[in-house]
Each structure stands twice: as structure tokens, then as C-alpha cells.
Design a protein around this ligand. Structure first.
Ligand SMILES: NC(=O)c1ccc[n+]([C@@H]2O[C@H](COP(=O)([O-])OP(=O)(O)OC[C@H]3O[C@@H](n4cnc5c(N)ncnc54)[C@H](O)[C@@H]3O)[C@@H](O)[C@H]2O)c1
Length: 360
């Protein structure tokens, strides 16, 4: 295996230029960086900011791979509706993937990517972040060790400051100090044909993936949901009820209508046959109470946001043959199934949607 990783970044907008490119520039095991964006000017703006040769900018993955046959992997950070085509383009070029969330908008597309990757022996790491935090990793260890027993009920809730993005006003969302290179466009998170949905695909995707990560073997079977768009074209407030293949039941809810300064919550509260664990990725809180009386608590604190960790893990996949902690076939696919079923249910006023019917 080569000593340094050669990686293409596909989609060089807000998140690629905020998280992935700075992480790549700081990582000692990154060799070549190639930029692909269907808007050449977006790739070139990123190249200028991060000292990448303008000659390494392309408008298609095929063109980039033809010019750089040593590419090993790609980071896909396009807008949501473009994930499938961009990820497929990369798999077609024999590249391993670090794929931003949600994997795709439709379960059928996610399944196609999973199958294509498996057939070609390519790995897909989903770009989720919260499970790398120590309190979430602790919850995972305890659950894997059987401390809370069989999972019977999960209550998931996420609230965040995303309403301005969902309304199409990224300039109001702008972080202190401004966007690193460029912010999302007004359409990125507000226009259904670009965003593929609202709070569900933007935020619940984190929450649901955390739930599936913490609950091995669990997969949605039937989903009923209600959503409220408030004044946006996409969902802002979501309430879902889910029956899993294991028989476990879950509620998954979210609001994007918080205000800056509120840390929000991305909380998964798992109840098992031997006790319960609650863990929150925004506040770092961890609480466990077992039926035998044992309790553990990590109070609320600021656990930070591990936005650079997915890149570091991807490098280990490319150079050391590591396996993804959040593989596309579980955290990617199962999350998309839940989100698509919920969107279909909400469109029919809460009519129950069976996940198997997403593939009919
Ligand atoms: N993990 C996180 O915390 C986090 C935070 C923010 C965004 N994200 C994710 O990052 C991804 C990108 O979001 P963003 O805010 O940077 O969007 P953006 O609109 O700022 O950038 C997307 C870029 O993709 C390009 N693009 C679109 N379709 C393409 C295609 N088919 N091929 C090549 N380029 C294409 C666009 O021209 C644009 O430059 C989304 O999946 C989003 O959910 C993750």
C-alpha cells in the first residue's frame, strides 16, 4: 500500500471547505488532493484557499481519475440529491468512499451503492461524527457488553438551529468569522429538488444513524410520521414512530427551530431488558441506570464537534485496510430507509409505510 493517501473531494462547497479540506491539509498521511465540482469556480476557490494546484480541479470524477490514476478514494460532499450520482461515479472509478450524510435520498439508491461497493470490494464510510465522541463510544461499549440487555424501546430527539438554512437563508446562519470559503447556496437546504427534504435529511440523519450504531441488528420495518414545514418548503418539525425488525419500538423527533446560543440536543435514549442509557452528542451528557441499581452519569459539558475525525478514519481505511466504523450498508442504508419511509408517511398524513415497500 502507498505511504500517503491520494483523495478526490467531490463537491467543494461549505462542508468540504470547512471540515474535510482543513483536515486533509493538517493530516501527515495525505499525499495528493484532487478537487471535483460541477461548478469549476467552486473547486478553484477551494484550491486557492488551500494551496492546491489549479490543475488538480475537475468537473467530473471520470476526468479526475483519468488524469490521476493513483487516486484511492473520494470524499463526496455534494448537495443531497446529487449524492447518489456522485457516489456512483466514484465507485465506477474504483474509489473507496467517505460519503456525507444522508447516504442518498432514496433507499433504492442507497442499496444500489451498497451492492456496487460490495461487488467491487470497495468500502463506504459514512461521514457521521457524533459516535466518535467519548460519551457515545462509552454507550456503545456498554451496550455491546450487554449491560442494558435486549433493546425494547428507543426515544430519539434532536433539536438544532437549522431553520434559517431550511428557509433558504444561509447568510443568517453564517458562523462568527464567516464561512471558510463559501457557504451553502440558498437552495442547498431549502429546495426539495436539491435538498431532498429538510430537518430529516439534514439532521435526523445524524440521530437515526446514532441509534442504529448503538443498536446492532436493528432496522426499521414500519414507520408512521407527521411533519410540519412551518414557513419552509421542507420539513422543520418531525415526529416519527417506528417498529423495528427486532420488535423494538422507537420514537424519533426533531425541531430545527432553535436560536443561536442554544446547544440543542442529539439524544438517543435506549431502554433495554436490563436498564437504560441516554446519551447526547451535543451536550456530551451520558446517563445509565440499570435494573440492578447501578448508575453512571457524565453531566452536560461541551464535547466539541469531531468534524475532522471522518477524514482521519478514511485515511486508515485507505492506507491500513481498516474497516469503517459507520459502514454504508448499515448506518447509511438503514438511516435512509427510515427517513424515506417517514417522508412518505408524512405525505399521507401518518399512513404506516413498510420499509420493504420502498423497494417494490
Ligand atoms: N457532518 C456534518 O456535520 C455536516 C455539516 C454540514 C454539511 N454536511 C453535508 O455536506 C454535504 C455538502 O453540504 P454543503 O453545505 O457543503 O453544500 P454546498 O451547497 O455548500 O456545496 C455542495 C457542492 O457540491 C457541488 N455539486 C453538486 N452536485 C454535484 C455533482 N453531481 N458533482 C460534483 N459537484 C456537485 C455544488 O456545486 C457545490 O459546490 C451535504 O451532504 C451536507 O449534509 C455535513
Amino acid at each position: 500500500m502507498p505511504e500517503k493517501a491520494s483523495i478526490a473531494v467531490v463537491g467543494t462547497g461549505w462542508w468540504a471547505t470547512t471540515a474535510h479540506l482543513p483536515a486533509m491539509k493538517a493530516h501527515p498521511r495525505i499525499g495528493k488532493i484532487v478537487l471535483v465540482d460541477r461548478k469549476r469556480e467552486a473547486a478553484e476557490a477551494a484550491a486557492r484557499t488551500y494551496g492546491i494546484p489549479l490543475d488538480n480541479c475537475y468537473t467530473s470524477v471520470a476526468e479526475a481519475k483519468a488524469a490521476h490514476p493513483d487516486l484511492q478514494g473520494a470524499i463526496v460532499a455534494t448537495t443531497h440529491h446529487a449524492h447518489y450520482a456522485a457516489a456512483k461515479d466514484c465507485l465506477d472509478q474504483d474509489l473507496h468512499l467517505l460519503l456525507e450524510k444522508p447516504m442518498t435520498v432514496y433507499a433504492r439508491d442507497a442499496k444500489a451503492l451498497v451492492e456496487q461497493a460490495a461487488a467491487a470490494n470497495l468500502k463506504i464510510l459514512m461521514g457521521y461524527t457524533f459516535p466518535y465522541l467519548p460519551p457515545v463510544a462509552q454507550a456503545k461499549r456498554y451496550i455491546d457488553d450487554g449491560l442494558i440487555g435486549d433493546i425494547e424501546y428507543v426515544a430519539c430527539s434532536m433539536s438544532s438551529v437549522t431553520y434559517d438554512l431550511l428557509l433558504g437563508h444561509p447568510e443568517r446562519f453564517e458562523p462568527a468569522g464567516g464561512f471558510a470559503v463559501t457557504g451553502p447556496t440558498p437552495q442547498t437546504y431549502s429546495e426539495p429538488t436539491v435538498a431532498g427534504g429538510g430537518q430529516g435529511v439534514l439532521q435526523i440523519t445524524h440521530l437515526a444513524a446514532m441509534m442504529f450504531h448503538l443498536s446492532p441488528g436493528m432496522r426499521a420495518e414500519v414507520v408512521t410520521a407527521f411533519m410540519n414545514n412551518l414557513r419552509a418548503k421542507v420539513d422543520v418539525i418531525d415526529a416519527m414512530a417506528v417498529r423495528m425488525n427486532t420488535g423494538a419500538l422507537a420514537t424519533v423527533g426533531s425541531s430545527g427551530n432553535l436560536r443561536p446560543g442554544d446547544p440543542g440536543s442529539v439524544e438517543v435514549h435506549l431502554h433495554g431488558s436490563k436498564g437504560r442509557i441516554l446519551v447526547d452528542g451535543f451536550t456530551g451528557e451520558f446517563f445509565m441506570h440499570l435494573h440492578d441499581g447501578r448508575q453512571e452519569h457524565i453531566p452536560r459539558h461541551n464535547p466539541g464537534y469531531p468534524g475532522d475525525v471522518p477524514l482521519a478514519k478514511f485515511v486508515e481505511i485507505l492506507l491500513d485496510g481498516a474497516d469503517p466504523l459507520f459502514p454504508g450498508r448499515i448506518d447509511g442504508l438503514y438511516t435512509v430507509e427510515l427517513l424515506e419511509a417517514a417522508a412518505r408517511s408524512a405525505a399521507r398524513d401518518g399512513h404506516p409505510i413498510f420499509v420493504r415497500d420502498l423497494y417494490a
